[in-house]
Design a protein around this ligand. Structure first.
Ligand SMILES: NC(=O)c1ccc[n+]([C@@H]2O[C@H](COP(=O)([O-])OP(=O)(O)OC[C@H]3O[C@@H](n4cnc5c(N)ncnc54)[C@H](O)[C@@H]3O)[C@@H](O)[C@H]2O)c1
Length: 287
């Protein structure tokens, strides 16, 4: 089945990026969130990203208008009814994801693939909320979606070969490099590697071994990574890192290495008190 129309659930950091790249390859897109203000914010982010492309001469105003014209924002689930593919990017909460998938299962045609952009959670568990587990797959994009090249295509226990093949093909159409994660395991490949490195960076600061600035300098110049772990946590959001780490602790035998450091919990509390940046490690307003 040719994928001509895509529903993206969630208009946040990941959802609006996914909606944008689907529209850029010519698909009609419904971007659904629960409140109008979230939808509008998502559409504004897409507009801003595309405007930069126009400024840099990468696309014309007409191209930009055409991409925006293909994206319809909605707060209504029924708007996702007649699509050929669903990509879910709601909050990293398993109960929320299961309820969204149950609803999508009743709403969309039975042959439609239901993909989740979860960072860590079980595809098999999400699929169990539907009557079509063979059509449920992980489609894990990276932030910022229009720039990051990788998509991890993740098999749940029942995901069919056809679903993996179709998801891989569509990811390639979006210009992405794909890898197949053959087993449904927490954090898949990238986050299984990335989260422990963030946690270790926090422990180094917590133990007074080095400052966050020096940890970032060390990682960028010693490992040749483009960003330090603290810069990366500011971009991705420390709460997501924390939820993923807690999930690892629960799912991977409660080993000590997955225990979240106290400083991580403190930073999340600080963020709840109103810090604007992702984790609040750096105050960008002063830069
Ligand atoms: N932020 C990252 O770097 C990153 C990277 C890869 C994957 N992910 C994963 O992508 C997903 C989304 O993360 P995010 O960073 O975009 O979060 P976000 O908080 O920026 O956006 C999530 C959006 O989902 C909306 N939402 C909640 N319930 C909904 C529902 N029932 N229907 C539609 N929308 C609903 C929220 O209102 C919010 O706007 C999570 O599973 C996350 O783990 C995040």
């Amino acid at each position: 089945m040719e994928i001509k129309k895509v529903a993206v659930l969630g208009a946040g950091t990941m959802g609006n990026g996914i909606a944008q790249i689907c529209a850029q390859v010519g698909c009609d897109v419904v971007m659904r969130d629960i409140e109008e203000r979230f939808v509008e914010n998502g559409l504004k982010n897409i507009d801003r990203f595309l405007s930069k492309g126009v400024e840099k001469g990468k696309m014309t105003e007409d191209d930009k208008a055409a991409v925006l014209g293909r994206i319809k924002g909605s707060t209504k689930m029924e708007a996702c009814k007649d699509v050929d593919l669903v990509i879910e990017a709601v909050l990293e909460d398993i109960e929320l994801k299961k309820s969204v998938f149950k609803e999508l299962d009743g709403l969309t045609r039975p042959e439609v693939i239901l993909a989740t952009n979860t960072s860590s959670m079980s595809i098999t568990e999400i699929a169990a909320a539907t009557s079509r587990p063979e059509k449920v797959v992980g489609m894990h994009f990276f932030n910022p979606v229009p720039l990051m090249k990788l998509v991890e295509v993740i098999r749940g226990y029942y995901t069919s070969d056809d679903t993996v093949a179709a998801t891989t093909e569509f990811s390639k159409k979006l210009g992405k490099i794909t890898v197949e994660v053959k087993k449904d395991s927490p954090g898949f490949i990238v986050n299984r590697i990335m989260i422990p490195h963030m946690v270790e960076a926090i422990k180094i600061v917590e133990e007074g071994i080095a400052s966050k600035e020096d940890v970032d300098i060390a990682v960028k110049n010693g490992l040749n990574y483009p960003m330090g772990p603290f810069e990366l946590m500011d971009l991705t959001g420390i709460d997501i890192c924390y939820f993923v780490n807690e999930y690892f602790y629960k799912e991977l035998n409660k080993e000590n290495k997955w225990v979240s450091p106290n400083l991580m919990k403190t930073m999340i509390r600080a963020k709840r008190l109103g810090r604007k940046t992702g984790a609040g490690w750096y105050d960008y307003s002063k830069k």
